[in-house]
Every structure is written in structure tokens, then in C-alpha cells.
Ligand binder design. Structure first.
Ligand code: HEC
Ligand code: HEC
Length: 336
């Protein structure tokens, strides 16, 4: 073989390797339409224009990541699936003739009040159970919904943005707003906890899942939590685990919440400056899903669940609740 032939061979080999790499790379199973490179241009209803600025887009993505994606994970090969990926939800809500405001309004309404009545995805409710209720600042929620409206979350273009975003070191801008940071950390914890609970119930049923409603097992990986050296705990006036008994200060806020709820009001979180640290309290509400372990023993809680609860928590006070009641509070401690 002369040198020229050798070179042609090597070039051929390199070409083949490249092709294989390209093909493998093109088959990213973490994306919805893996392997098939069909770029279906989505049918956009007339009048759909992008309105969010680059900064708003980034903020929305950060909010979605910490509040929604732990359950509505965009990465298809994620361990356990506890909810449909967000692009599936978008596909159901993004009908041909939907108007921007209606789309946003419906997503916001559902998150504010997840229920079978409002659901347009009966299959998802059947497979995963009704989404747990989380509380959000309404403007943040609207921003997330706008983002979902504006971006085709199933497209390769969006996955490129998402991959780039995930690998970006997170930066913060502007002045420190402890209420927002604390809420973000509390919601991140709640959504991680909710995910674990749903997965455990799916795998073992409620009786076997009783050990999974526990924040102590959670590891805070959130960049905000790291930055503020934050800790999160949940406390209650009627704890299941005595370690979660609220102290005087916490009890006072729980009383305030309960009184306000009785009048149909929702008070703001309580933020207290303690000199070297800030404490933030956020109410924790029950919804239907919680009642299988925190509801009425003879009505909502299965006998097998009840037996396990009694065995693990002989001093349990955390039952007898109904929907939309104050179950306790999140206490987020942030170092200054
Ligand atoms: C703890 C897990 C969890 C988190 C966190 C979560 N969801 Fe869900 N969500 C679910 C589950 C489970 C379903 C499927 C059952 C259902 O439809 O209620 C769902 C369904 C939905 C639906 C479809 C409703 C329908 O049935 O028509 C919307 C819309 C939705 N979620 C929006 C959001 C948004 C927006 C966020 C973040 C702000 C979010 N979710 C965070 C678990 C979660
Ligand atoms: C599968 C059973 C189960 C479900 C469902 C469940 N919990 Fe729990 N919950 C428990 C157990 C067990 C504990 C005690 C955990 C511990 O040892 O810290 C607990 C503890 C808590 C605490 C801490 C205070 C305390 O009582 O010790 C709060 C707050 C709480 N749950 C809220 C909720 C809310 C809100 C929901 C619904 C979104 C929910 N739980 C759903 C079983 C459950």
C-alpha cells in the first residue's frame, strides 16, 4: 500500500467514525422523538408572537427547573416517571385555536387548583394521581405558563436551549429578596418531596410509602440553597413525628394562618431578620392526595396504612385533616 492509498484509507476510516458519532449523537434518547429527525413545524395559531425578553426567559426556565421539572422532567430517560413531561401537557393545552391568554389562564388555574374537574388529561390522572398542590407567587406562575406557551418544549431547538441551560453556572442578579429565595427553596423541597412520595406510592402503594413524607432524607442540591447555606424543615402544631413539633414562634404563625384561612384569606409568608440569618415561614396546605395518610382514619386512610403509621409513630397527631387545611409550615433558614 502506498502513502496515497494509506491516506485514503485513514480518511475513509475517520469518515466512518464521524458518521457513527453523528448517528449516535442524533439518537439522544433523553429527547422525546429520539432517533427520528422529523422537524414537524408546529402549527402556530395566528397572532402567536414571542413576548418574553431574554431575561424573562431565563427567569422562567429557572422557575420551571426548581418548581416543575422535578416531576415534569424533560429528560425522557429519567429514573422514575411520576408525572407527564411538560411538553405532553403543552400538547394537550396548546390546541389549534387556543389564545395566548386562555392557554396561560388554564395552566395557572390548574396549578392553583389541581383537580379532576379541571383536568383535561384523564389518562395522566389515572396513571399518576392528581397533581399535588403547590403554592406560587401568581406572577411567577404566569411567567412559567407564558414560557410554556411560547416555546415548543418537544422541539430539538428547545432541548438545545435546555442542555445549554443545565450546564450553565447559575448567576443571580439584583438585590437579595429573602422571601423569594426562601419560597424557591421551600418549593424546590416540596416538589422533590412530592416526587418521592408519588414514586413511592406508585411502587408500594400508600401503606408502603409512609416513610417517604420526610424532608430529612432530602439532600438540597439547589444552587440557591447552597449559596445561602440554607436549611429547610417542616414543623406542625399536630406533628406525626415529634421531631417536627413547632416551637412558640412557629406556633404563633401557624395560628395566624389558621385564623386567616377560616376567613378565606391567605396571609403572606413571614420573614424574620435574626441578624446573621433570615428565617422564612411558608404555610403547607393539604390536598386530596395527602389525605391517604393525614385524613380520617376510617374514611381516607387504608387500614394497612393506619397500621404502619401506628407502628412507626405511636404519638401521631397528624390525622383527621380535610382538604385545603394548614398542615404545618416550611421553615427556611438562610445565612446572610
Ligand atoms: C410533585 C410533582 C409535581 C410538580 C412539582 C408539578 N406537577 Fe404538574 N402534575 C403532576 C402530576 C402527577 C400530574 C398528572 C396528574 C394531573 O393531571 O393532575 C400533573 C399534571 C399537570 C398539568 C396537567 C393537568 C391536566 O390534567 O389537565 C399541568 C398543567 C401541570 N401539571 C402544570 C404544572 C406546573 C406548571 C408545575 C410547576 C409550576 C407543576 N405542574 C409541578 C405532578 C407535579
Ligand atoms: C404515604 C403517606 C403520606 C402521604 C401521602 C403524605 N404524608 Fe405527610 N407525613 C407522612 C409521614 C409518615 C410523616 C412523618 C415523617 C417524619 O418522620 O418526619 C409525615 C409528615 C408530614 C409533615 C411534617 C410534620 C409532621 O406531621 O411530622 C408535614 C408538614 C406533612 N407530612 C405534610 C403532608 C402534605 C401536605 C401531604 C400532601 C401533599 C402529605 N404530607 C402526604 C406520611 C404521608
Amino acid at each position: 500500500m502506498n502513502t496515497a492509498q494509506k491516506h485514503t484509507r485513514i480518511a475513509g476510516l475517520i469518515f466512518m467514525v464521524l458518521m457513527v458519532v453523528i448517528l449516535i449523537d442524533g439518537c439522544r434518547t433523553s429527547r422525546p422523538h429520539d432517533c427520528q429527525h422529523h422537524a414537524i413545524e408546529e402549527q402556530k395559531p395566528a397572532g402567536m408572537e414571542k413576548k418574553l425578553s431574554a431575561t424573562e426567559n431565563n427567569k422562567a426556565l429557572a422557575l420551571l427547573q426548581s418548581n416543575c421539572f422535578s416531576c415534569h422532567n424533560p429528560d425522557m430517560q429519567s429514573e422514575v416517571r411520576v408525572a407527564p413531561p411538560m411538553f405532553k401537557i403543552r400538547q394537550h393545552y396548546y390546541t389549534d385555536d387556543v389564545k395566548r391568554e386562555d392557554f396561560i389562564g388554564r395552566i395557572v388555574a390548574y396549578v392553583n387548583n389541581p383537580s379532576e374537574e379541571l383536568s383535561i388529561m384523564p389518562g395522566a390522572v389515572r396513571n399518576f394521581g392528581v397533581m399535588p398542590k403547590l403554592s406560587f407567587k401568581q406572577e411567577d406562575l404566569a411567567l412559567m405558563a407564558e414560557y410554556i406557551y411560547e416555546n415548543d418544549l418537544a422541539s430539538d431547538a428547545w432541548y438545545d436551549t435546555w442542555d445549554a441551560y443545565k450546564n450553565l453556572p447559575q448567576t443571580e442578579e439584583g438585590e437579595i429578596n429573602y422571601e423569594d429565595i426562601g419560597r424557591n427553596i421551600a418549593n424546590g423541597t416540596k416538589s422533590e418531596l412530592g416526587k418521592n412520595l408519588l414514586a413511592a406510592i406508585q411502587e408500594r402503594g400508600a401503606p408502603g410509602a409512609v416513610e417517604f413524607c420526610n424532608t430529612r432524607a432530602l439532600h438540597l442540591t439547589d444552587s440557591m440553597a447552597n449559596r445561602f447555606n440554607a436549611t429547610v424543615k417542616r414543623v406542625s402544631d399536630n406533628p406525626r413525628n415529634q421531631q417536627n413539633q413547632a416551637n412558640e414562634e412557629e406556633l404563633a404563625y401557624i395560628r395566624t394562618l389558621k385564623e386567616a384561612y377560616a376567613k378565606g384569606e391567605k396571609p403572606a409568608p413571614l420573614i424574620t431578620d435574626k441578624g446573621n440569618k433570615v428565617l422564612a415561614y411558608y404555610g403547607i396546605e393539604t390536598n386530596k392526595m395527602c389525605l391517604q395518610c393525614h385524613g380520617q382514619p376510617d374514611k381516607d386512610i387504608l387500614p394497612a396504612t393506619w397500621t404502619n403509621l401506628k407502628r412507626l409513630y405511636p404519638h401521631d397527631k397528624a390525622y383527621g385533616y380535610g382538604e385545603n387545611q394548614i398542615r404545618g409550615i416550611f421553615v427556611v433558614e438562610m445565612k446572610k
